[in-house]
Design a binder for this molecule. Structure first.
Ligand SMILES: *[C@@H]1O[C@H](CO)[C@@H](O)[C@H](O)[C@H]1NC(C)=O
Ligand SMILES: *[C@@H]1O[C@H](CO)[C@@H](O)[C@H](O)[C@H]1NC(C)=O
Ligand SMILES: *[C@@H]1O[C@H](CO)[C@@H](O)[C@H](O)[C@H]1NC(C)=O
Length: 175
C-alpha cells in the first residue's frame, strides 16, 4: 500500500479518534515522526493505548481527560513568520503542540510525504525521530507560530499503536 501523496488532507489532522465497536472508549490520535531502521524519518499515525477517562478533578469533573506522560522541561516557543527550522532530528522524544500559526514538515528522502500542522486543536504531533537523517520543519505563514514542547521524562514514549503509515488522514474524528 502506498502512503498518500497529498498532504492537504492533513491540514485537519485528527486529535481525537473514536473506535466504534468494540467499545465506547476514545483515544488520543495524532501524527508522529519516527526513525526507520534505515535511519530515515517517516510519518505514522499513532493512537495512544491509554483511553480518555471521565475526569473527577474539580473544574473538569465529568469531562474527558487522558493522562499521557510525565514531562521534563516544558518549553513555550515562538517561531517567527516564515522561519525555516532546517533539517534536524527531534532533540528528545516529545509532544509538540502548535497553538497558532502553521508548520510544514517534510522528509528529505521522500518528497511525496509531508505534514501540515495548523495551530490549534489539530496542531498535535509526537516527535520521536531522535536519530538518523531527520526532518525539515518550515513555518510558512505570515504570523508567528507558537508551540508547546513537552519532552517525555526519561525519553519514555507513552504506549501507542500505529493505526496508519503516513499522516492521520481518513481517521474518524470528532469535530
Ligand atoms: C462507556 O460505557 C460504559 C457502559 O455503558 C460506561 O460505564 C462508561 O462510563 C463509558 N465510558 C466513557 C468513556 O464514556
Ligand atoms: C543507523 O544508525 C545507527 C546508529 O548511528 C547505526 O548503528 C546503524 O548501523 C544505522 N543503520 C543503517 C541501516 O544505516
Ligand atoms: C509519573 O511519575 C509518577 C511518579 O514516578 C508515576 O507514579 C506515574 O505513573 C507517572 N505517570 C505516567 C503517566 O507515566
Amino acid at each position: 500500500m502506498h502512503p498518500p501523496t497529498i498532504a492537504l488532507l492533513s491540514l485537519l489532522p485528527s486529535i481525537l479518534a473514536q473506535t466504534p465497536p468494540p467499545s465506547n472508549l476514545t483515544y488520543l490520535t495524532a501524527p508522529a515522526l519516527v526513525t526507520t531502521p534505515q535511519n530515515l524519518t517517516t510519518i505514522q499515525c499513532w493512537r495512544l493505548t491509554t483511553p480518555f477517562r471521565t475526569s473527577t478533578t474539580p473544574g473538569t469533573s465529568g469531562t474527558q481527560a487522558v493522562t499521557i506522560a510525565n514531562i521534563t522541561n516544558l518549553a513555550y516557543t515562538i517561531l517567527p513568520p516564515r522561519y525555516d527550522g532546517g533539517l534536524h532530528t527531534a532533540p528528545a522524544p516529545q509532544i509538540v503542540h502548535y497553538l497558532s500559526g502553521l508548520a510544514h514538515i517534510t522528509l528529505p528522502q521522500d518528497p511525496t510525504l509531508s505534514l501540515y500542522l495548523v495551530g490549534g486543536k489539530g496542531g498535535l504531533l509526537f516527535a520521536a525521530d531522535t536519530t538518523g537523517l531527520g526532518h525539515i520543519t518550515r513555518y510558512p505563514s505570515d504570523q508567528a507560530t507558537v508551540a508547546l514542547l513537552a519532552p517525555f521524562e526519561g525519553g519514555e514514549v507513552p504506549g501507542y499503536e500505529v493505526i496508519r503509515e503516513g499522516p492521520c488522514e481518513g481517521v474518524q474524528t470528532f469535530v
